[in-house]
Design a protein around this ligand. Structure first.
Ligand code: GCU
Length: 429
């Protein structure tokens, strides 16, 4: 039964999760899983606490300036830059009770234009029924449409892109064996019981997840037909981040939500989105990327598992990044950024890196090393960090402000990860 669920999930969600793991060559590029062949990740590794002009960063005030330099480097070399102006924001909210009357349920639609058939995002938000005031929230970026994420009658049908017709169509809840869906009900109910709200949205509502998507979704609003992509043109990850930023604007207007206490999580490409969103959207208070791997929190200079070259190869995911990203594929040691700087950009806010012990494609050790190399920024800002250099064993969480936990197992969010996130939120929100 479990296998059926996994297969269904992968097919439906388009997750390449386990696909590339275990292969020696991906997209014609060899994959290394031998620790003796990873090379020296420190070679050319930029120092987050040294300005581009070589001067040292000595205090929190100087860090602010250095931080701005690093954001720019990521915009120019990895994710691309947001257009100067955010899109318009309108929304409507349908409120009732969900989960058999036990929770407040809000179905929020964000519209980015004046037209209802323009790009729009459906957000599903549950709040504890007995909340005394504005509630802190966990926002989960989901591969699944809202009506497939929970078994809660009355959740609006989500929509799915067809890459062939390049249009979206509604997706009624699928009749899975036993009416099974994606089983987030129990998780959400646990969070509600602990006094947190839980919001989820399907990331492709914001902008699609396939190549040549320039004129579609949120990115489409900024596209000039026929215009070539600039080196720093935003990729889909940056566009997904902007969708979240717009949702923060909504949260600030919702009196039931404590917009100063929002945590964000998402897995895999949505883990990459989570950490980049945290970097450029300071209103996200707690950042918890899951298995973000290459292009996320794993050090790129380690030749282990997926590399920049794999990600940016033309048949894979170049559209998720800016065009310049691929340039670094065969000269990664010259790249002006690396994952430890992404870690540093979240400081002093709480960051929990969640990985999986057998998720070798995503390089859990590379994420640990990003923490080791990035922690001095947290320390400069007076925050607690793991001081050990050795990677912790599976399921031994560090709940320090800069935290790390590696579940025993592979790619994805495992049941115990929801418990780790909850504990981290309780300590830091
Ligand atoms: C692929 C890709 C990863 C990515 C993952 C996902 O495996 O190589 O970088 O994280 O897809 O998003 O599912």
């Amino acid at each position: 039964m479990r296998k059926i669920v996994v297969l269904l999930c992968c097919a439906l969600l388009g997750v390449a999760a386990a696909s590339a793991q275990d292969r020696d060559v991906v997209a014609g590029i060899p994959v290394n899983y031998d620790e003796t062949k990873v090379g020296d990740y420190k070679l050319g590794l930029p120092d987050p606490l040294t300005f581009n002009n070589g001067k040292p960063v000595k205090n929190a005030r100087q860090w602010k300036k250095r931080r701005a330099e690093i954001v720019k480097l990521f915009e120019e070399n990895q994710y691309g830059k947001w257009p100067a102006k955010k899109p318009a924001l309108r929304y409507d909210v349908q409120q009732d009770l969900g989960f058999d009357g036990t929770a407040v349920r809000k179905q929020i639609t964000l519209y980015f234009t004046e037209f209802n058939d323009g790009p729009r995002v459906d957000v599903l938000l549950y709040l504890p029924k007995d909340a005394a005031g504005p509630t802190p929230i966990l926002l989960n970026l989901n591969f699944s449409q809202n009506n497939l994420a929970v078994s809660d009658p009355g959740v609006k049908p989500g929509r799915r892109w067809d890459p062939k017709t390049r249009t979206m169509s509604e997706m009624p809840a699928m009749q899975m064996p036993g009416g099974m869906r994606f089983g987030m009900d129990a998780t959400i109910k646990t969070y509600l019981k602990e006094g947190f709200g839980f919001a989820t949205l399907c990331y492709t509502d914001i902008t699609p997840d396939f190549e040549d998507n320039d004129e579609l979704g949120l990115r489409g609003l900024y596209h000039t037909p026929g215009a070539p992509r600039a080196d720093n043109d935003w990729g889909s990850i940056s566009a997904w981040a902007m969708g979240v930023s717009r949702l923060m604007d909504y949260f600030e207007k919702d009196p039931d939500v404590d917009a100063t206490r929002v945590a964000l999580t998402g897995c895999s490409r949505l883990g990459k989105t989570t950490i980049w969103t945290g970097a450029i959207e300071p209103r996200i208070k707690v950042v918890m990327p899951s298995c973000s791997g290459e292009g996320g929190a794993a050090i790129s200079r380690r030749n282990y598992g997926e590399t920049v070259a794999h990600l940016a190869e033309k048949t894979r995911f170049p559209y998720q990044f800016c065009p310049k990203y691929g340039y670094w594929g065969d000269k990664v040691h010259e790249m002006p950024v690396d994952a430890h700087m992404l870690v540093a950009l979240i400081a002093p806010r709480p960051l929990l890196l969640q990985t999986g012990s057998t998720d070798i494609w995503s390089d859990p050790k590379g994420e640990w090393l990003a923490l080791v190399e990035g922690r001095k920024v947290y320390q400069l800002l007076g925050q607690d960090v793991p001081t050990a250099d050795e990677m912790p064993a599976p399921d031994q969480p560090y709940y320090t402000t800069l935290g790390y936990v590696m579940h025993e197992g592979g790619h994805g969010i495992m049941p115990q990860d929801w418990t780790y996130y909850l504990e981290f939120m309780k300590r830091h929100l």
